[in-house]
Design a protein around this ligand. Structure first.
Ligand SMILES: Nc1ncnc2c1ncn2[C@@H]1O[C@H](COP(=O)(O)OP(=O)(O)OP(=O)(O)O)[C@@H](O)[C@H]1O
Length: 320
């Protein structure tokens, strides 16, 4: 478990992390999202002990990073695996040698290394490339090797820094599925720094949205998408572009796993509506809908009452 309390970090006069509080459980996939410069990578480096912080605490399974010597932190970092956007593989070494490297550094014998490397390459499904060099691999294959290497020392936590940002959508999907399988089968916590909300929707249980070094919203992915906090709207920007009809009243509703709500409402209230904008997306645990309907002004009260009674989030929105 990762427990972060009142974490603060500055570079010179600039506060980069302001009072960060987070708890990430074993087996959880946790997204850290935010615009460029929000402080995501700095937070990740505080978690893996590469960055010193000014105030607060970062505990990993009770190990408080700031209370230990550099030597103890280096030992402890065995428990933390990390993968990056550009894979960071050793180009002159083969796939096998890349994955074996951490095990060699920590003094495992040849037999143990061989067994572990083969087991890991099987887990990430890249055994057929075992003697190849990274330059002949695709981006997705390189990331599989990097994941195998990150898992070589049986870490409790896997930190992913923009790990799918350099991959095409299909390969991204395959790598996310692999990370989901790994987190489920090994029960490790996965922390995923990304600016891609699609990644968060696809695999994360929970998410924190950072703005200018502060967590502005956090919670389960479903609750964040349903409640649409301002931080999410700021982040989605154009992605959330809406076509709003110029007449009548526009009502935005958000729902999870309740796709029949609009037809049920129209039937029960005996009213018509048109759809001004809609987005229905799959997320890790089901389906999220965000829809703007256009109704006659006279129906606003009863539509509002109906949606509220049905426990559906709604708000009136105005034409631009
Ligand atoms: N070593 C450093 N020295 C001084 N300032 C730094 C250093 N590292 C990061 N910063 C500053 O800290 C702030 C947060 O940077 P950070 O890299 O954590 O953001 P980020 O959210 O990960 O951004 P990106 O998505 O672009 O990687 C930025 O203003 C950045 O310029």
């Amino acid at each position: 478990m990762i427990e972060i309390r009142n974490l603060q970090k500055s570079y010179g006069d600039i506060k980069v992390l302001k009072n960060i509080n987070l708890t990430i459980q074993d087996g959880e996939i946790y997204g850290l999202v935010g615009r460029s410069g929000a402080g995501k990578s700095t937070l990740l480096r505080c978690i893996n002990g590469l960055e010193k912080y000014d105030l607060g605490s970062v505990k990993i399974d009770g190990f408080e990073i700031s209370q230990h010597s550099d030597h103890e932190i280096r030992q402890f970092r065995k428990n933390i695996g990390m993968i990056f956007q550009h894979f960071s593989l050793m180009e002159r070494k083969t796939v096998y040698q890349n994955v074996a490297l951490p095990l060699e550094c920590w003094g495992y014998n040849k037999g143990e290394i061989d067994k572990r490397v083969r087991e890991l390459l099987k887990l990430v499904d890249i055994e057929d490339k075992i003697h190849d060099k990274p330059r002949v691999l695709s981006g997705g294959q390189k990331q599989r090797v990097a994941i195998a290497r990150a898992l070589s020392l049986n870490p409790k936590i896997l930190l992913c820094d923009e790990a799918t940002s350099a991959l095409d959508p299909k390969t991204t999907k395959a790598i996310l599925l692999l990370l989901k399988k790994i987190s489920e089968s090994l029960g490790i916590a996965v922390v995923f720094v990304t600016h891609q909300m699609a990644v968060v929707r696809a695999i994360c249980h929970k998410v924190s949205i950072l703005e200018d070094g502060e967590i502005m919203a956090n919670g389960t992915v479903g609750s964040i998408f349903l409640n649409q906090p301002q931080a999410l709207k700021n982040l989605l920007g154009d992605e959330n572009e809406e076509f709003i009809a110029a007449t009548g009243k526009n009502i935005r509703i958000a729902y999870a796993d309740n796709s029949q709500i609009l037809s049920a409402m129209a039937k029960e209230l005996d009213i018509g509506f048109s759809i001004a904008w809609a987005k229905v997306e799959k997320y890790r645990d089901g389906v999220l809908g965000s829809i703007v309907i256009n109704i006659d002004e006279g129906n606003v009260q009863k539509v509002g009452d109906y949606l509220t009674a049905a426990g559906v989030k709604w708000e009136a929105v105005h034409s631009e």
